[in-house]
Write a protein that binds this ligand. Structure first.
Ligand code: MOS
Length: 762
């Protein structure tokens, strides 16, 4: 079946097919572990079977008898690496728990030994024969486990700067005509990208090449160099394709430097491909969260008081938290707001970014509570959002740069057929199936980071764009090529794009949905430098007007497309005037409000994104609305979600096809987080139980028969030169609440704990 590409509307680019489509569908895309290595040895990890305690001894006799074993590395003979620093404390690492440093075990599945052998099979066989004696201590698994400690996030996590507050919540809530207090829970989830957490390392003299799926090649390069105590210029990270990230590859995990150090010691390239279950404990994950929401409103639906209290689990040493109150306290107009985020320390691996990290759990709580409030008010939930829509965020009063929330609600409602809904719960059915309609809002901060690019234009129009961005399956190659093609007026097929290599000019982490805004803004700027050089060559005595910038030498820009047909002629004239074979420009772009040391941070892999509520005089978010139909079987309580409809506005849409694919993926993640995805933790042992694709449920096509994405036109000149708001994580937010709101409508049962399974329906 072929699906027609979406028609572009105002402020949208062409829906060109994926730049990397053919190599991907023909299996020719080289992922990190596909990279050829000369005479590699193979590594296999041995991971801890207990969550807390220490290794007393290893019995390696059986393992060493396996033919082909080269070395078994443990804390007793392991490489001496520098300490890890958490990325939020000026380091690169997603955890400070460093394996193989001592006998101590801080979490289940911690790396305790690495077996190196002539083949993968030999390494695996030997790893399975490693016998470990432990002294185990009873671990704290999660919320309510004995031995956990709880403290406010503010003050312990340097990324979490405020518990937003305004007005007098207590008094306003007390006096409110209508009140709601409700608690919500979200589960542990694991990223589970298709590509495993592989690492291949090869030394060429003093220089290290790392092939590893990464969402931040500059961070990984600098982080590994720091841990090994070598110059960052000696480390190169390469990954032209990344098989999904979901946040798991934004910060450095401990395995890479260990593998690099062993490769150096053995003077041999090493390839590590850990197993699916090891991925649950050697990388990060989304921690479980708890929320209490209090809403106070007037009878006519105006919010007068809002309080959001959240708690999140983290590891013993690392104060990771997502702190989504920065968003939930600013989404709706409300004069009296209070919030508090706490971190609960347990004996777990350190959590980290996962798919819209703050907004997914925190908006689940808020958007469920808004639906509950609408029921209390006997009001349409869309109207409740309209009444509380705002142009300025309520905490600091800053204006949203653009906000199409209600336009999204209206478009999605129309496409969904919301007006056919009879509001009474359990009032709609089809045979044995109760039907429910639900909706929710989404928003996601528009974030950006400093980014550099190098662009080379040849006389015949061939163009090469180099930028250390990342293709994690989102369409980065495609939109970077489109940006250069449009800006230089060269045909798309003449543009070659190079990403995923730390030898290229730096770009930020491919996270926080910033990549399009950051990389396209940099590429646009550098293409303009090329225009200026050509212009000066052709018209040395004229100063550069804006119009000239748009037209010089190049035919196929928006301004000149209609007027000029033979663009190659213009280019040749310009090159003749310049007297050069190629024009190459390098440039560094940084967003408004970026700190003064931004470029330095960019080169050393320390990019901090700016945007969202942290901008000085404004607040920038993308918005959307999701509508979901669920069907709940009266007898079996089976829950299906046959229709997901979302409308989204995210500034300039560079490519409606890739944008739709990302938003579709987001809607599916959101449904999945409502009904499927959860990591089960054994409360006694603090171990993940369902660490495989048979038991960790992810959606398949049959789970999502109908997904509709509507893109709204939106122009925002206050965010970045590309005019783009990120949308990779947008549709994932709120959809879980929309599903639960639909389940309430179908069954009359309000379920406040995710995921919702058939046993949760009474
Ligand atoms: Mo994402 S969780 O911003 O990689």
């Amino acid at each position: 079946m072929t699906v027609a590409a979406p028609e572009p509307k105002v402020n949208m680019g062409n829906p060109v097919p994926r730049y990397d489509a053919v190599v991907k569908v023909t299996g020719r895309a080289t992922y990190a572990s596909d990279m050829p290595l000369a005479n590699p040895a193979y590594a296999y990890l041995v991971t801890s079977a207990i969550a807390k305690g220490r290794v007393e001894s290893f019995d390696l006799a059986g393992a060493n008898r396996v033919r082909g074993v080269i070395d078994i590395v443990t804390h007793e003979n392991g490489p001496k690496l520098k300490e890890l620093k958490l990325y939020s404390n000026g380091g690169y690492a997603g955890t400070t728990i460093q394996p193989l440093r001592s006998a101590d075990i801080a979490h289940d599945g911690q790396i305790i030994a690495v077996v190196i052998a002539e083949s993968y099979e030999a390494a695996r066989e030997a790893a399975n024969r490693v016998k470990v004696s432990y002294t185990a201590v009873v671990p704290s698994a999660t919320f309510d486990s004995p031995g956990t400690t709880t403290a406010a996030a503010k003050g312990q996590n340097s990324q979490f700067k405020e518990d937003p507050q305004v007005g007098n919540f207590a008094k306003a809530f007390e006096d409110a005509e209508v009140k709601l207090t409700a608690s919500y829970d979200t589960p542990t989830q694991h990223h589970n990208p298709m590509e495993l957490f592989s690492t291949s390392c090869a030394w060429i003299g003093d220089n290290l090449v790392i092939y590893e799926p990464s969402q931040y090649v500059y961070g990984l390069k600098n982080g590994v160099a720091e841990q090994l105590g070598i110059d960052a210029d000696k480390v190169r990270v390469v990954n032209p394709y990344v098989g999904g990230g979901f946040g798991s590859r934004g910060s450095m995990t401990p395995r890479t430097a260990i593998i690099a150090a062993i490769a150096r010691r053995l003077n041999r390239p090493i390839k590590l491909v850990p197993t699916r279950d090891q991925g649950f404990t050697i990388a990060t994950y989304r921690a479980e969260t708890r929320h209490e929401i209090k809403l106070g409103a007037s009878r006519d639906g105006k919010l007068v008081a809002l309080r959001h209290e959240g708690a999140e689990v983290s590891s013993r040493p690392d104060p990771y938290c997502v702190g989504g109150t920065k968003t939930t306290t600013r989404l709706y107009a409300c004069p009296n707001v209070d919030s508090l985020v706490s971190i609960v320390r347990a004996d777990r691996n350190t959590p980290g970014f996962m798919r819209s990290p703050p907004e997914v759990p925190y908006l689940f709580a808020l958007e469920s509570a808004m639906d509950e409030l609408a029921v209390k008010l006997n009001m349409d939930p869309v109207e409740l959002r309209r009444i509380n829509d705002t142009t300025n965020e309520p905490i600091g009063g800053k204006p949203y740069t653009s906000r199409s929330l209600m336009a999204c609600f209206d478009e999605a409602a129309k496409a969904f057929g919301w007006s056919q809904r009879s509001p009474e719960p359990k009032s709609m059915a089809d045979g044995d199936w109760l039907i429910g309609y639900g909706c929710a809002a989404t928003c996601y901060p528009t974030q950006m980071g400093p980014s550099a690019a190098r662009v080379r234009l040849q006389r015949d129009g061939r163009t090469r764009v180099e930028i250390a961005g990342h293709e994690i399956g989102t369409g980065a190659y495609t939109i970077i090529a489109q940006t250069a093609s449009e800006r230089l007026g060269v045909p798309l097929e003449k543009v070659a794009v190079f990403v995923g290599d730390s030898e290229l000019p730096p770009a930020p982490v491919a996270g926080g949905s910033n990549s399009t805004a950051s990389t396209c803004s940099a590429v646009m700027m550098v293409c303009d430098q090329i225009r200026q050089r050509l212009f000066k060559a052709m018209m040395p005595n004229q100063s550069l007007t804006d119009r000239a910038k748009e037209t010089v030498g190049i035919g196929q820009t928006p301004a000149t497309r209609a007027a000029k047909s033979d663009r190659s002629l213009d280019l040749e004239k310009a090159f003749d005037a310049l007297g050069a074979g190629v024009v190459e420009e390098y440039g560094e772009w940084k967003p408004e409000d970026a700190p003064p040391d931004s470029f330095q941070a960019m080169h050393s892999g320390h990019v901090r994104l700016v945007g969202g509520h942290s901008l000085k005089d404004k607040i920038a978010y993308a918005f959307g609305a999701e509508f979901v139909e669920v069907r709940v079987n009266r007898f079996t309580h089976e829950i299906r979600a046959p229709r997901l409809v979302g409308a989204f506005a995210a500034g300039r849409i560079m490519n409606p096809r890739t944008a739709r694919s990302q938003l579709m993926g987001g809607l599916i993640w959101g449904m999945s987080s409502a009904l499927l995805e959860a990591t089960e933790i054994d409360q006694r042992t603090a171990r993940y139980v369902n660490d495989n694709f048979a038991d960790y449920l992810v959606p398949v096509n049959a789970d999502v028969p109908g997904v509709e994405v509507i893109l709204l036109s939106e122009q925002d000149d206050h965010i970045n030169p590309a005019g783009a708001k990120g949308l990779g994580e947008l549709a994932n937010v709120g959809t879980n609440a929309a599903v639960c709101n639909a389940i309430y409508h179908a069954t009359g049962q309000r379920i406040r704990k995710l995921p919702v399974r058939l046993e949760n329906i009474e």
